[in-house]
Design a protein around this ligand. Structure first.
Ligand code: ADP
Ligand code: MG
Length: 483
């Protein structure tokens, strides 16, 4: 007997271990897919998502999906089998009573679900967004710590945070209430069912001596059903409130396009980039670019100019494939760049206005993602000269192994831009795109850098955005977006 019980316990523990392990593995794998989906994504800028929402989609949603939705479906199925089994026994014991109880219980589940599941989807979405908002507030406050302290706005941020938090508390309290509700209602319902069965039996002329054993079996069965049915109800509630989670995972995953099609397209750049009838609008704006046409020849320096807000950065993001044209095409040697955006981006070096800096050494920031032992020393020394990093750091004195601080807090804006330039050059791109990169530099350094960049023309095609006339005059050709 003891041995039998021991074996049973061990088996149950094993099964639940395997179940949790499988769920956790699935959770990790969905999270991994979301993560690589986002970082490989070419259209990321068209999705109006704050990074807090993306973090939520990568970290929280996969676990909500496995722990609430999948586990829920699993539980509902296993409990439903048990419930149906008990009903089957009831019907066998006494057809009339058994059928009545079955029908009434289904009716109860139906009515209860009808009222309780209403609006849950909307509440779930609100709660999901609320979690993301809280992360957003916390992150912004930490990032803006200096300004908040200087402006003495700590109370203001505290209040916002308290506010976001209390909304989460209210919503969760509502969910909890709805989750315990089925249990109490069910107890009440069961008592009613037992009394009802007793009445039916009395009226149908069954003798009292037969009624009692029957009723005690029914009561025992019904009491066993309470936890099962309430599990079914509360899990269906959880699933319903996570409809938005499922939708989001599904819709985001759909956007992660397969890039491995057209493996050989756009492997090289030989002649020209052609911008053809290009128009673009953000989801929230009118047309930013309207029917733009120009051609960039290989091994030239091409300028894009225009007033602030004319759409210069937008245009560069389109050429880099970070945005999808609303209409028109971007062709490289006659191939649409979206035939294989992955190969296209391998040819590009983009220096954004805001250079990303990792809290690491100077050298790892320049050779981002390259292992120390794989760094090409000659290339690096050459690049340091072109980007004028040697003016503030000496490679022979170990300056390159110093940590630059989070977001480059130990660096000036001009130094950060030079790192951006060096990083891009280290990639040995065929086309280099500069978006007002030297705007944080003084005129003399800016001119020196551009003179050096111009010398790269024999190997690299250069696309440059600037509102500096002098730099524009260095270009072989240009397009004016202000027109
Ligand atoms: N993600 C975005 N969503 C909506 N509008 C945007 C977005 N990015 C830029 N814009 C708008 O598009 C216009 C062009 O912006 P941008 O290309 O950055 O101009 P430029 O680089 O020439 O100064 C601006 O009016 C800007 O407000
Ligand atoms: Mg810009």
């Amino acid at each position: 007997m003891i041995i039998f019980y021991l074996i049973k316990t061990i088996i149950i523990i094993l099964i639940s271990y395997i179940k949790s392990k499988k769920l956790l593995e699935l959770n990790a794998s969905i999270s991994q897919k979301m993560f690589s989906g986002y970082i490989n994504q070419e259209i990321s800028l068209t999705i109006p998502s704050n990074s807090a929402y993306i973090t939520r989609n990568i970290i929280d949603f996969p676990s909500a999906f496995t722990n609430k939705v999948l586990l829920g479906i699993f539980t509902i199925f296993s409990e439903a089998i048990f419930v149906l089994g008990v009903f089957f026994i009831f019907i066998n014991l006494n057809t009339l009573i058994g059928l009545s109880i079955t029908v009434l219980t289904f009716f109860f589940i139906f009515i209860f679900s009808f009222f309780n599941l209403k609006n849950l989807n909307k509440f779930g979405k609100t709660l999901n967004d609320q979690y993301a908002k809280r992360v957003k507030v916390a992150r912004e406050a930490i990032e803006g710590l200096k300004d908040i302290n200087l402006l003495n706005k700590q109370d203001f941020y505290n209040e916002i945070y308290i506010n976001e938090n209390s909304k989460i508390i209210d919503l969760n309290a509502m969910f909890e209430l709805r989750a315990v509700l089925p249990r109490y209602l069910l107890e009440f319902f069961t008592i009613t069912l037992i009394s009802l069965s007793m009445l039916i039996l009395l009226y149908s002329g069954v003798s009292v001596s037969e009624i009692f054993p029957l009723i005690s079996i029914l009561a025992a069965g019904l009491l066993k059903l309470i936890p099962s049915i309430s599990k079914i109800l509360s899990f269906s509630q959880r699933i319903k409130s996570h409809e938005n989670t499922i939708d989001t995972i599904y819709n985001e995953a759909k956007k992660f396009k397969k890039i491995d099609q057209n493996i050989n397209a756009l492997k090289s750049f030989e002649n020209e980039i052609e911008i053809k009838n290009l128009s673009f609008r953000y989801p929230t704006t009118e047309n930013i670019l309207q029917n733009v046409n120009f051609t960039i020849k290989k091994n030239t320096m091409f300028g894009i100019k225009g007033v602030s807000g004319a759409g210069k950065s937008t245009c560069l993001n389109l050429i880099s494939g970070f945005l999808n044209p609303t209409s028109g095409m971007i062709l490289s040697d006659g191939h649409d760049i979206f035939d294989n955006i992955y190969n296209w981006q391998k040819l590009l070096g983009l220096i954004p206005q805001k250079v990303f800096i990792s809290d690491d050494t100077l050298i790892s920031n320049i050779c981002l993602g390259v292992k120390k032992k794989d760094i090409d020393e000659n290339l690096l020394r050459n690049i340091i000269k072109i980007s004028k990093i040697d003016q503030f750091a000496d490679i022979n004195k170990g300056d390159f192994d110093k940590i630059v601080g989070e977001r480059g807090s130990n660096l000036s804006a001009g130094q950060i831009q030079r790192i951006g330039l060096a990083r891009t050059l280290y990639k040995k791109p065929k086309i280099i795109i500069l978006d007002e990169v030297t705007s944080a530099l003084d005129k003399i350094t800016e001119n020196e850098i551009f003179n050096d960049i111009k010398k790269l023309k024999s190997e690299i095609t250069i696309i440059v955005v600037s509102h500096d006339e002098k730099i524009m005059s260095m270009c072989d050709d240009f397009y004016d977006l202000s027109k």
